[in-house]
Ligand binder design. Structure first.
Ligand SMILES: [Zn+2]
Ligand SMILES: [Zn+2]
Length: 395
């Protein structure tokens, strides 16, 4: 791509920051991104970019150059979290109890910046660039709905990329191949005993000791059924039983999460959880019920796409450190659905502020990004789009 394209990013850097600050100030929860959607559509129409609403609160946009070439899709997620912000930033959330604590505001600002640059240079582009602003990543799965509503048709992308701001040094991008985000399942075990007076436990069946022994047993599952070479997490995160100190509750339950990359490992864990539910309940002469809801599939980066992108980014972006390896995360991501249609790549953009006491993890009420990474994210997307649409993976 032309040299001037890099200068252009510097020219609009303040605008990109303003997009980010605006989106940060007005976060919306999963499935309710109505104002975010309207605002994005307004910007795109102002820049005369072909766009339409998709999946209720999402936005689909495309630049069709009319010249032969390849098609790439770039995706940003849109939703915020039910977290009360404590950053104290001037652009702190104006919506009580809702915060962009996962950086999806940054992802949208970066994708908008990229669209603005590419639209300005569309005469020197080839092929097509599809832009996906996807709602409901944190829950309900907006990615799958965008795909069902045609986001990957006419034109069909041959490659899909997304990035996530990541708690690592600013000015770095991780472009790893293979496992990157795990499958996040939720499970629930309900124990039904017999309620009664706390002073007469022998006449009751108190679910609490049964739940306690389940928690201990569950803590050993990964060591017991998963090889140390495999990645897995089984974690109890919620227990609920009883209302009063002297009343034995009839029922109690615990809930937790299973994180895996491999279906065989996942099946082994589920089988053990089901067995433990039945055998523990039986040992305590109670009834146990196991239920679960399956999470998004694991996100696996395409090996060829990852090494292609690492090479291209290293060559074109001299100021940014490109890591071609990284640790697979046990967090979940519904970007995985795009990977079922074409080679896909989920990049991590280092976003930590230099000052150590501002380095908080994703989903933390103090989570903050170094704003310099916004322009870097735009550069990354612009480079991938301009090179891929011209030469595909052959570059
Ligand atoms: Zn998140
Ligand atoms: Zn996220």
């Amino acid at each position: 791509m032309k040299r001037e394209f890099y200068h252009k990013i510097g020219e609009i850097e303040d605008d990109i920051k303003n997009y980010y600050r605006y989106l940060h100030r007005y976060p919306e929860l999963s499935g309710r991104e109505y104002k975010t959607q309207a605002w994005i559509l307004d910007q795109l129409r102002k820049w005369e970019v072909e766009c339409r609403p998709c999946a209720d609160t999402g936005v689909y946009a495309v630049i069709r150059t009319g010249r032969p070439g390849h098609t790439i899709a770039l995706r940003a997620d849109m939703d915020a979290l039910p977290v009360t912000e404590h950053t104290g930033l001037p652009w702190e959330s104006r919506r009580k109890g809702v915060m962009h604590a996962c950086g999806h505001d940054a992802h949208m600002a970066i994708l908008l910046g990229c669209i603005r640059i590419l639209q300005g240079y569309r005469d020197s582009l080839c092929g097509n660039v599809v832009f996906i602003f996807q709602p409901s990543e944190e829950q309900q799965g907006g990615a799958e709905r965008m795909i069902k509503e045609g986001a990957l048709e006419h034109p069909s992308p041959e490659f899909a990329a997304a990035l996530h701001v990541w708690p690592q040094e600013a000015g770095s991008i991780t472009c790893m191949s293979g496992p990157v985000m795990a499958q996040p399942d939720a499970f629930r075990i309900e124990i039904r005993g017999k309620g009664g007076h706390g002073a007469a436990p022998h006449l009751c069946r108190n679910p609490i000791p049964a739940l306690a022994s389940l928690v201990n047993a569950i803590g050993n599952i990964t060591a017991d059924v998963v090889s140390p070479q495999e990645m897995a997490v089984v974690n109890v995160c919620r227990i609920q039983c009883g209302e009063k100190y002297n009343v034995v509750s009839e029922t109690g339950c615990l809930e937790g999460t299973i994180r895996t990359y491999d279906n065989a490992v996942r099946e082994k864990i589920i089988r053990r959880l089901k067995r433990l539910t039945v055998s523990t309940a039986e040992a305590w002469e109670m009834e146990g019920t196991y239920s679960m809801s399956a999470g998004y599939p694991a996100t696996i980066n395409d090996r060829a796409a990852a090494s292609w992108a690492a090479r291209i980014l290293q060559k074109k972006l001299r100021g940014i450190k490109v890591f071609s390896e990284g640790e697979a995360s046990m967090l979940g991501e519904d970007f995985s659905y795009f990977g079922k249609y074409c080679p896909s790549l989920f990049l991590r953009l280092g976003c930590w502020k230099e000052c150590g006491d501002k380095q908080y993890p994703l989903h933390n009420s103090c989570f903050e990004i170094d704003e310099s990474v916004l322009a870097e994210g735009v550069e990354v997307f612009c480079v991938l789009a301009s090179v891929f649409t011209e030469r595909g993976f052959g570059a």
